[in-house]
Ligand binder design. Structure first.
Ligand code: PBG
Ligand code: ZN
Length: 326
């Protein structure tokens, strides 16, 4: 009698078998690298809180795009920092602005990349809010045509995909209609459907010079306490015509990523935001963590939660790390 010795299956997993059967596999083609675009030529301004990242002129953005494509990265998402800001953010739809110019340069340099253009007004408004402000409040409906105009400007320049990050109600439908009317029926929309009012955006606001001059974004971004509400936001945006939906930030919201993945049929993107990036870089700089392992582990967690695409400031680095894995 007696029971057979129970041997764990783990013992029969050599490193080769482990790789063979891994449930989650990172692939650089599913990475999207955020890029900050400024006007000018041959300029790269370092961003203090984001080591290794720069505000780039269109020619330098194109050079980075080439590098990213060579590493196998699937796409780039562009943010613009204009030379001048105003009350309504009119730089957002300037066809000669840094984003349209960079789109054209990137399309020339690396046609295989998917070029995303973030659509929001906060980098372009003097007050730093994502919409037009009337009597100290954001005017949702007055903002919609301006977002649509910006989206069309980026599609005109050759963007494959526009990604509205403002969280105004009705923006996806407004943008879809405007794109179609302008003949851009093939331009996709990835909505930042699930965007939390997060403290993890700090370094980005330095990089994009887009911190609100007064108030905050809690009126239109989501409450970190809520998960079910995320599914309502997803349904609304898909109904309005979103081709993909995004959850942001990623790491602190993996349960939301998993819920959204289970809930919707469209591709789900997750954004590992500037604060998540900066925390890893800062701890690594102090020698407190093994940077490369933490980078891949953080991305694996996001993929395991169900993200189809990952927006990450580590895109190029991680792509190279994956190449070097045995
Ligand atoms: C602009 C926008 C923000 C981010 C992406 N688009 C900042 C914000 O909402 O204040 C944050 C990205 C990051 O932190 O990396 N609407
Ligand atoms: Zn914004």
């Amino acid at each position: 009698m007696g029971y057979p010795v129970r041997r764990t299956r783990r013992l029969r997993r050599t490193p080769q078998i482990r790789r063979h059967v891994a449930e989650t596999r990172l692939h650089p083609a599913r990475f999207v690298l955020p890029v900050f675009c400024i006007p000018g030529r041959d300029t790269a301004e370092p961003i203090g809180s984001m080591p290794g990242h720069y505000q780039l002129s269109p020619d330098r953005a194109a050079a980075l795009a080439k590098e990213a494509a060579r590493a196998g990265v699937g796409g780039l998402i562009l943010f613009g920092i204009p030379s001048a800001k105003d009350e309504v953010g009119s730089g957002a739809w300037d066809p000669a602005g840094p984003v349209p110019e960079s789109i054209k340069a990137i399309k020339d340099a690396a046609p295989e990349l998917v070029v995303w253009a973030d659509v929001c007004l906060c980098e372009y408004t003097s007050h730093g809010h994502c919409g037009v402000v009337a009597d100290g409040e954001i005017d949702n409906d007055a903002t919609l045509p301006l977002l649509a105009r910006a989206a069309v400007a980026y599609a005109d320049a050759g963007a494959d995909l526009v990604a509205p990050s403002d969280m105004m109600d009705g923006r996806v439908a407004a943008i879809r209609t405007a794109l179609d009317e302008a003949g851009h029926t093939g331009t996709a929309i990835c909505s930042y459907a699930v965007k939390y009012a997060s403290a993890y955006y700090g370094p980005f606001r330095e990089a994009a010079q887009s911190a609100p001059a007064f108030g905050d974004r809690r009126t239109h971004q989501m409450d970190p306490a809520n998960r079910r509400e995320a599914l309502i936001e997803v349904d609304l945006d898909v109904e309005e015509g979103a081709d993909l939906v995004m959850v942001k930030p990623a790491g602190p919201y993996l349960d939301v990523v998993a819920s959204v993945r289970a809930h919707t049929q469209v591709p789900v993107a997750a954004y590992q935001v500037s604060g998540e990036f900066a925390m890893i870089e800062a701890a690594a700089e102090r020698g407190w963590i093994d940077r490369d392992r933490v980078v891949l582990e953080s991305l694996t967690g996001i993929a395991r939660a169900g993200a189809d695409l990952i927006l990450t400031y580590f895109a190029v680095d991680a792509a190279r790390m994956l190449e070097e894995l045995p």
